[in-house]
Design a protein around this ligand. Structure first.
Ligand code: GAL
Length: 872
């Protein structure tokens, strides 16, 4: 009875917004578990302007935006009050009467810049660093949102997983609020601004020029949701589960559930009950393995209140990284009950149980040392841009995992939740990072402009969003922060570190330090020493691991960022460097200044970095070092060091299209040594090198290898101490066949052969993982590669015809690519010049379609090639 009364009062409080039917709220709540979260990705219209078309700016709207941060500001005396005067109104793009019939219709996630065209030539508005793509400007998104009788009494929130950048949300012409940081996940309560029937929703984004050091995209590039809950419900990011006394016999779970009361005149008492389930194969709650004793909380109107619980559960299957452990996941199902024992909210929290220790020789999970075989990752998905595409993310992680990667650093900002979900399920550990700048700029319009207002809310919301993911083993709260070596940096670091402890006392925190050295004041408030480059040193120096060790004997030391080797796939310029690492430049040392390609021996690096061979040697000479995060696993859009005229980086171990560069096998040999593999470089098509000395290098986890050129042994050699490749640097080139036989412990291990190819005579299509079907769920993707081959079926590494891709059946080509950093053909183009014998086409089936899709590749002088995929 009491509950019914409160519900009615809550209604009165939200009357402003929902002037419609009261109905039997609790019965409906019961039927649906009280919570309904649905995708709001479909059915938007969109327009972008290079310059603000509406006279609006963040500075002008800020007073109405800042109050949205209050939930993430602890000192209530500094909370922002929504001004009593009205925010700007009569903004035509926010109004229901505005005619947007000539705007573009689209579904989210959406990156407005990725289709290009690329800016060509000198002094473009967005330089190579930003990917030469038109990110800058203002974009408006509009759609209607209808509210009907079944929504009576509900609080209606919009949840944006990420919008780039300076997002503001408008409902029926009213400014609801916003969030400026484009990597944040945020939500707003729309209820007070909505009415029965159709409502006009509009979202304005602005991406300033000179705000990105690499391509960060633009637009509503992550998923958007509508959440409907009862006025008393579990708050945003409202559960926090930690574990203690973890062993294979039992584990103790500690849970906080934050209950929010959004309105009404009376306090509300609810029962909080949580069950513990294993996660089944489809990601849903499976068998129940325990439950928390239920708790009762009374929450005052407009307040939040926590319920705490502890339970010890025997024989919980622990979460741990592959390959030595298993990523066993669990799900908490938390329900709120009213006094009539009716369910008014249901909330699921995926989590995993593991113990984490940070010892002086690295990370330990469940008592096992996990040497970090990590890569840094920017958030774009190549030709798909930053728009979240689950299958593309899966392909990225899958290829990295196959290489032996066990760790990802989310350089330098919060990733999509989808990435963390994948890492949880696939068993990788994540260094979850936020902030590339604090108070001082790296770019004139970067985060430093809003750091003062937003550092705390962005940091708190980031940690609350991500702290239940078992894959997250530590936080990084800054990369190469300009003030890392001075007092301002020390003070800021201390403040941010304290926030992290308040939000998550269970994990360590670190920074990517490039300038601060041993003895620097900033070390006082970090737990782990994360080094960018300085530990291993560059191609010419030995690095400073030992100075760190001697001053900080007990701290974990690891490399937050290593290598920055550069290369263009299968591009070999002669000779390779003599030593195990060398610095390239744009004038022809390790590079071709005419074609803007970089040699791919894997030995050339930027001046501040070093080759993998150098990094491995430095790490192995300092066995206390906990591992590394290579810059980078995949190529990414922007930052095309050393050729600013290009569109995408040369840093990746895998190119932008997803084709491995030669270094891939060097990492695989070290990180996934049980794979019987040998990989020979370079290719053997050098008609101009007949009789010339032409080095051959081989990557394999074997310890001995014998090389043959046209059947003649070039010698059987042993991999020396701190060597990571077999090198025969004095081979005389003769067309034909190069082969290698490798040995481990005296036994044959793996063989490989590379042949001089004949003329390119055919096109061969293949789908990633040899898939022959595609789902028509509107999100599944097929990655179709074309190889240009000779009569033997060998890929011709010098063949670069233009491929025309087409599709038959109910689907579309989203983009094409070739991994060539210099290629400025727009990504949606169905014509793509092959690069080093390969190109890629990404295909999606129409939602709800059936039948089959045939992808066809045509090129002048070649027979067409087809690949058919059934729609499953
Ligand atoms: C690092 C920086 C990265 C990237 C890299 C390129 O110093 O942290 O964001 O710019 O250099 O080598």
């Amino acid at each position: 009875m009491a509950f019914q009364g409160i519900i009615i009062n809550l209604f009165r409080a939200t009357l402003l917004g929902l002037l419609f039917l009261v109905g039997d709220v609790s019965a409906r709540a019961n039927a649906s578990g009280g919570r309904e979260r649905t995708s709001l990705n479909a059915g938007w219209t969109f327009k972008r302007w290079e310059n603000a078309p509406d006279g609006l700016s963040y500075d002008q709207l800020k007073p109405w935006i800042l109050p949205g941060a209050n939930d993430f500001i602890v000192d209530k005396s500094t909370w922002h009050q929504r001004p009593t005067n009205k925010p700007p109104r009569n903004i035509q793009y926010a109004s229901a009467n505005f005619n947007d019939s000539n705007w573009t219709s689209l579904d989210l996630p959406h990156d407005w810049a990725i289709s290009g065209p690329f800016y060509d030539g000198d002094n473009p508005p967005v330089s190579g660093d930003g990917g030469r793509l038109p990110t800058q400007g203002v974009g408006w998104y509009r759609r209607t949102l209808s509210v009907d009788a079944s929504d009576s009494g509900k609080q209606i929130y919009i949840e944006l997983d990420g919008a780039m950048a300076y997002g503001t949300v408008w409902m029926n012409g009213n400014l609801v609020g916003g969030w400026p940081f484009g990597f944040a996940s945020w939500r707003l309560n729309l209820t007070p601004y909505m009415h029965h029937g159709d409502n006009q929703l509009a979202i304005r984004l602005e991406q300033p020029l000179d705000s990105q050091r690499w391509y960060q995209g633009a637009g509503i590039y992550r998923n958007v949701w509508i959440l409907k809950v009862n006025p008393v419900h579990i708050a945003q990011f409202g559960t926090y589960v930690t574990s203690s006394d973890v062993s294979t016999d039992s584990a103790t779970l500690n849970l906080d559930v934050l209950v929010e009361h959004t309105g009404g005149d009376h306090p509300m008492t609810v029962k909080v009950a949580t069950e513990v389930h294993v996660m089944d194969d489809s990601g849903n709650p499976g068998d129940q393995v325990g439950s928390f004793e239920s708790a009762t909380v009374t929450v005052a109107p407009t307040k939040k209140h926590s319920a705490h619980g502890t339970v010890t559960i025997p024989n919980l299957k622990l979460w741990g990284p592959i390959p030595s452990q298993k990523p066993n996941m669990h799900i908490l199902v938390t329900r709120l009950y009213n006094s009539k024992e009716e369910v008014i909210d249901t909330y699921q929290t995926p989590f995993g149980v593991r113990s984490t220790e940070y010892r002086d020789d690295g990370l330990y999970i469940n008592g096992e040392r996990i040497y970090l075989q990590g890569v840094c990752r920017h958030d774009d998905l190549g030709s798909l841009g930053v728009a979240v595409h689950q299958p593309a993310l899966e392909r990225q992680i899958d290829m990295l995992s196959e290489m032996g990667t066990n760790a990802i650093r989310t350089s330098h900002n919060p990733p999509s939740s989808e990435l963390l979900d994948l890492a949880d399920r696939m068993g990788l550990v994540v260094l979850d990072e936020i902030f590339d700048a604090w108070n001082n700029p790296k770019m004139s319009n970067d985060f430093h402009l809003i750091f003062g207002d937003w550092a705390e809310p962005d940091l708190r919301s980031f940690i609350r969003r991500d702290r239940n993911h078992p894959s997250v083993w530590a936080w990084s709260y800054g990369n190469e922060i300009p003030e890392q070596g001075n007092q301002q940096g020390d003070d800021t670091s201390k403040r941010l570190r304290a926030i992290i402890s308040e939000e998550d006392p269970t994990r360590a925190a670190t920074l990517g330090l490039n300038n601060a050295g041993p003895g620097s004041g900033i070390i006082a408030n970090i737990d782990l020493i994360g080094l960018n480059y300085q530990g291993e040193g560059n191609s010419d120096s030995g690095g400073n691991f030992d100075s760190w060790r001697s001053q900080y004997e007990r701290m974990m030391i690891f490399t937050t960022e290593s290598s920055s080797a550069v290369s263009s796939r299968d591009t070999f310029l002669f000779p390779p460097p003599d030593g195990n690492s060398a610095t390239m430049d744009e004038n022809g040392t390790g590079t071709d200044p005419n074609t803007h390609q970089v040699s791919s021996w894997g030995l050339w690096a930027v001046g501040w970095g070093a080759s993998p061979d150098h990094v491995f040697a430095a790490q192995d000479s300092h066995p206390y070092v906990g591992g590394e995060f290579v810059w980078t696993g995949w190529d990414y859009l922007g930052e095309p060091t050393p050729f600013l005229s290009s569109r995408s980086s040369y840093f990746g171990i895998i190119d932008l299209a997803g084709f491995p560069k030669p270094r891939y096998w060097e990492y695989q040999a070290r990180w996934n040594p049980n794979i019987r593999m040998a990989h020979i470089i370079p290719h053997w098509n050098w008609p101009d090198r007949d009789g010339e000395s032409t080095p051959v290098h081989v990557f394999s986890s074997a310890d001995e290898a014998e090389l043959f050129v046209n059947g003649q042994s070039q010698g059987r050699i042993t991999k020396g101490n701190l060597e990571y490749r077999f090198r025969w640097d004095n081979v005389t080139y003769a067309a034909g066949e190069v082969s290698v036989v490798t040995y481990k412990g005296g036994d044959e291990w793996a063989n490989a052969t590379v042949r001089t190819t004949g003329t390119a005579s055919g096109l061969v299509l293949s789908a990633y993982k040899d898939r022959t079907s595609i789902a028509a769920d509107g999100s599944d993707l097929l990655f179709v590669a074309v190889d240009i081959v000779d009569d033997n079926g060998d890929t011709v590494p010098t063949a670069e015809p233009t491929i025309s891709f087409s599709i038959d059946g109910p689907g579309q080509i989203l983009s094409t690519d070739n991994g060539d950093s210099t290629d400025l053909t727009a990504f949606p183009s169905t014509d793509r010049k092959a690069f080093r014998g390969k190109a890629l086409c990404i295909v999606r089936a129409n939602k709800g379609a059936s039948g089959a899709i045939t992808v066809t590749a045509n090129a002048d002088g070649f027979d067409a090639a087809n690949l058919e995929a059934t729609i499953a």
